[in-house]
Design a protein around this ligand. Structure first.
Ligand code: AMP
Ligand code: MG
Length: 332
């Protein structure tokens, strides 16, 4: 049985969070809203809780977890080094949708870090996440609250759709503002590396670091140079059940739709410009990102088998949107 606590998104009553916080600190799995997507929380200092987390999600053990903390001081305590770059980014973007990868110096169990020397840290900005972390009093590992490989949940219904009965509880507080996973920056090496594009663009990150955008090394960002050049280790992720095809032009999208219509298939066209029969996403990068998962969830629940999506230009502000679409289109 999964217990659901419904709380106010802006001003959660601390009394409503006492039980979920206690369960979380005690090693149970509790999903909660963040400004990016719903996270599945586990006490990051408990091996047992981390085992439960990997099991509930069916997540490969080699994929490390992001540790969520209430404030910058907690983040500093969990890292073995705090370079000037970390201070600048944390001051500029925390609490917020930014994850920093830093050396942990043995302060974090190997289950969280997949046995590596670094830990990914984030101070989320959602009032419910902040209040829950405060009440739990422990660092909380929280990947997206969905079975591994599926679309991240941006609504409480999505969490229950994938994990009902497999987790102790869900703190429910409506939709997530950003609707896509955090930007991840690795600061453990000589140069900052963008490990995962997200709501904060490479331009915004580079500006705060006082470097040129092209000095921010891009790693694993599929949207940067297209899927064919991406390293083979990057797998399908953030994916709906439907098969997704990414195209460059509206004419190509129309061709696919005609083909599927001719085969009697159920299909959808995700578009950034109005057109016949399209699912129209907002035209701005932040708006389109926010709407993407919502629409992919809808496509799954409508049992649509094929999706064509026209990619926006390969610019920094579109990087995260391109990355998620391209990942969704990979076969495995
Ligand atoms: P999610 O699966 O949405 O929780 O995303 C976690 C992301 O953070 C993945 O892209 C991980 O590879 C990345 N991550 C977590 N911990 C680390 C770490 N120690 N080093 C590098 N990347 C990490
Ligand atoms: Mg995930």
């Amino acid at each position: 049985m999964t217990t659901v606590w419904t709380v106010d998104a802006e001003n959660p009553d601390p009394r409503d969070l006492e039980t979920p916080a206690r369960l979380l600190a005690g090693g149970q799995l509790v999903a909660f809203p963040t400004e990016t997507v719903y996270g599945l929380g586990a006490n990051a200092l408990s091996d047992e809780a981390i085992d439960r987390l990997y099991q509930a999600k069916g997540r490969p053990r080699a994929n490390p977890l992001i540790v969520h903390v209430g404030d910058l001081q907690c983040a500093k305590k969990l890292s073995a080094a705090w370079p000037d770059s970390a201070e600048r980014l944390a001051q500029a973007f925390w609490p917020g949708p930014l994850t920093l990868v830093l050396p942990h110096g043995g302060k974090i169990p190997g289950g969280v870090t997949a046995g590596g020397d670094t830990v990914a840290l984030r101070v989320p900005g959602h009032p419910v996440a902040r209040a829950l972390l405060r009440a739990a009093g422990v660092p909380v590992a929280a990947p997206s609250a969905n079975p591994s490989g599926r679309i991240s949940p941006t609504l409480p219904e999505h969490v229950l759709g994938g994990l009902d009965g497999k987790i102790a509880g869900l703190v429910s507080a409506g939709p997530c503002e950003r609707g896509v996973e955090s930007t991840v920056i690795d600061l453990s090496g000589p140069q900052p590396v963008l490990l995962r594009p997200g709501p904060l663009t490479p331009e915004e990150i580079a500006q705060v670091l006082g470097i040129e955008t092209d000095q921010l090394l891009l790693s694993a960002a599929l949207g940067a140079d297209g899927p064919e050049k991406s390293p083979g280790r990057m797998g399908r992720h953030y994916a709906p059940r439907a098969q997704v095809v990414c195209v460059a032009t509206a004419a190509e999208a129309e061709d696919w739709c005609r083909r599927w219509a001719g085969q009697g298939q159920r299909y959808a066209w995700l578009a950034l410009e109005p057109g016949p029969g399209t699912i129209l996403l907002p035209a701005s990068p932040a708006g389109a990102l926010n709407a993407l998962y919502k629409n992919l969830h809808k496509i799954d629940s409508d049992i649509i088998e094929y999706v064509v999506a026209q990619l926006p230009p390969a610019e920094g502000r579109w990087l995260a949107f391109r990355d998620r679409l391209l990942r969704a289109s990979l076969k495995q």
